[in-house]
Design a protein around this ligand. Structure first.
Ligand code: HEM
Length: 173
């Protein structure tokens, strides 16, 4: 079995890493803006990018299911290998749950998403103010969980690189 991820898997990993980290920043920034046409425009960009990341997550999952990941280094204990797999499953789950909860919230608020201002996307659920508030809170909590997990993932990658020195990062380069 190859010791590296495929080029497509590596490309998707880094495009999505940049995409999600930028979206965490944009999401917090846009909430702080005063109500204005500019704020609505930024919300639209956030929604377009969120739907794009959701589609990339679908593509990535299909690719991953058809192209197994390289085996983890033998130097890792079975427990660390299990933790690594669980962390990756959770990252995949959140790559779907975060954009999907945003799309559901926007639908429940009654604001249709028009992808890049060109393609109107279906609303996933009917307008419902109470549900919209619940989904807004859910979207926020999922993002906080995602940020914590990505931070942990980043720190573990650094530990492999500088403490374990097992060259794990090279599999994703
Ligand atoms: C912030 C900098 C990041 C670094 C340095 C980093 C590093 C890595 C490395 C080295 C691997 C390979 C681990 C292995 O060989 O098994 C990996 C895998 C993975 N990363 Fe990241 N990553 C980062 C950000 C992200 C982000 C933001 C996400 C979520 C969108 C993410 C999701 C994943 C997933 C799901 C895997 C497992 C891939 C698979 O087995 O299909 N990473 N990452």
């Amino acid at each position: 079995m190859s010791q590296r991820y495929t080029r497509i898997a590596i490309g998707l990993h880094w495009i999505m890493a940049i995409g999600f980290i930028s979206m965490f920043c944009l999401g917090f920034y846009m909430q702080s803006l005063p109500f204005s046409p500019n704020k609505l425009q930024v919300y639209s960009w956030h929604k377009w990018a969120g739907v794009s990341l959701f589609l990339l997550a679908l593509l990535r999952l299909v690719w991953r299911l058809s192209h197994p990941a390289p085996a983890l280094p033998q130097s890792m204990t079975p427990f660390s290998q299990k933790l690594a797999h669980m962390g990756h499953y959770a990252l995949y789950a959140l790559m779907f749950a975060v954009p999907l909860s945003g799309w559901l919230m926007s639908s429940a608020m009654g604001f249709q998403t028009v992808w890049f201002g060109v393609l109107p996307l279906p609303d996933l659920i009917d307008r419902n103010k109470e549900l919209a508030n619940l989904l807004a809170a859910t979207h926020g909590y999922l993002n906080i969980g995602f940020i914590a997990l990505v931070a942990g993932h980043f720190l573990v990658a650094l530990k492999h690189q500088f403490i374990d020195k097992d060259n794990l990062l090279a599999r994703m380069k």
